[in-house]
Design a protein around this ligand. Sequence first.
Ligand SMILES: Cc1cc2nc3c(=O)[nH]c(=O)nc-3n(C[C@H](O)[C@H](O)[C@H](O)COP(=O)(O)OP(=O)(O)OC[C@H]3O[C@@H](n4cnc5c(N)ncnc54)[C@H](O)[C@@H]3O)c2cc1C
Length: 549
Amino acid sequence: MSEHNERNNYDYVIVGAGSAGCTLASRLTEDKGVSVLVIEAGKWDRDPWLHIPLAWGRNVLQRRADWNYSMQPEPGTANRAIAINRGKVVGGSSSINGLAYVRGHRGDYDRWADRGLDQWSYAHVLPYFRKQERWEGGANAYRGGDGPLSTIFPDSKDPINDAIIEAGKRAGFPFTPDYNGAQQEGFCRSQSTIKDGRRCSAAVAYLHPALARGADITVETEALAHRIVFEGARAVGIQYEQRGQMKIARAAREVILSGGAINSPQLLMLSGIGDGDELKRHGIAVKLHQPAIGKNLQDHMGASVDAFRTEPGPLQKGLRLDRIAIDIARAHFFGTGPAATVMNNVQAYLKSDPAEKMPDVQLLFRVAPLDAGPYLPPFKPAYLDGYGVRAVVLRPESRGKLSLASADPHAAIRIEPNFFSRDKDLKVIRDGMRMAREVFAQAPLRRFGGVESAPGREKQSDAELDAYIRATATTVYHPLGTCKMGAARDDSAVVDPELKLKGIDGLRVVDASVMPDLVGGNINAPVIMIAEKAADMIRGRQPLAPVNV
Ligand SMILES: Cc1cc2nc3c(=O)[nH]c(=O)nc-3n(C[C@H](O)[C@H](O)[C@H](O)COP(=O)(O)OP(=O)(O)OC[C@H]3O[C@@H](n4cnc5c(N)ncnc54)[C@H](O)[C@@H]3O)c2cc1C
């Protein structure tokens, strides 16, 4: 390995071309003369499968643009090594995610503000959510109309979607026309990040257009950041490995870590910032003792209720190999047809207990079973069709941690999620599953089937449901909190409210790891909001004026 002498000086060096990194690279280079280097471990997002909305489930199973992490087996989840997918490709996890566009509940951001993050209240973040998006319904007090991220109501034209909403209403639950608008609570049509029938990742929304406008952005792909380079107490660059060569890139202004909730803490630890004792055990010289790094790990977990479908649905008809091949080609070349959308078009945000201030359960309905895939009789028979729902606990109380397994930057960090260490988390999922059963029992869904395939009607008691949840629950892939943002007085905070790493100059963390706790919904939109807001801070601009609606 050798040092090389290509261009290696930039204003900003960003690690990670994911949701946050792509957003930052685009916004920072809107200022004339500003140069940005993005160091990305994955490849360019050229694989056509990444862009076809229907293929997202295939990508999750195949894990070709993925870090391929699993969590440590723990008794709380029946000693399973649960997969935790993370995008390793330009666009990061937004290139492989489920495309759901969700902001969370306004009370989530007001909670952050109450804990000393007064610039992160709902009124302060709403302008940045509006700035990020181009909503197909057009701009209003809540929604953006001319931002980079295209958001739509996808429509898979499966009649079961309408039946689920109708069943929800019959079961007595509220309905909301827009969970990202005035009211989150209720049954609602899902919203997705799709543009012209293709995935609208952060790379598609921000990075590629920035490159097309000639911004001074250099993206180094297949480049693994090994450590931060310091001069005294200041971060001045990144050392990285690219195709067998070690290189150093210098940042005249700032180094920004956007490697995501698992990798940013790892890079800090590899650079000597972390729990001093742990670092010493791995032979890493301690630059800054900061034991909070890697702690406070949180994630959304959920367990399913599934039922058989009496008649095969449109997805199953379409997945016959000869038909799906044509639909995939249509989606790829023209962005049209059934593969140019996502199939699951209904969600619900509900309260497990009327006393809850905000919905604490998310029901993610699906119109097909988890093992749905292409088939071709008589060589491969069709799967048994079904539908289902995943009940997700939105604000879990359990907290896990990350710790170094090795000082080798190629080795995965140890992920100990500690799921279900608090009974409340199990209870919320259990309540969500019971609400789902109520919905499935309503007349509008009866014509689609209704015989429960999992967990099975015989499992009714708390103990039976808890055992099922521990044995089957999976993550919704929203780890965060491992470089927590907090007020100056908060000892458990790794970054300050401007996302600057406490104790080191010239270094910020901007990605899911800074979120202090989970918001009530999927987190791609919140991460992009954070990066939009961070970009204004870094550029020294006035923040967008708070909006009270
Ligand atoms: C399978 C899946 C489904 C999901 N579904 C949804 C959904 O439907 N809706 C939703 O809102 N959210 C969803 N999410 C979550 C959401 O996409 C992520 O939370 C969000 O993209 C995280 O953004 P980030 O910027 O923090 O990290 P990422 O987008 O993961 O970006 C981190 C980037 O840094 C790179 N990197 C990391 N370490 C290094 C290093 N040492 N050197 C160089 N590069 C490095 C990575 O390769 C990656 O490209 C899903 C996530 C997954 C994985």
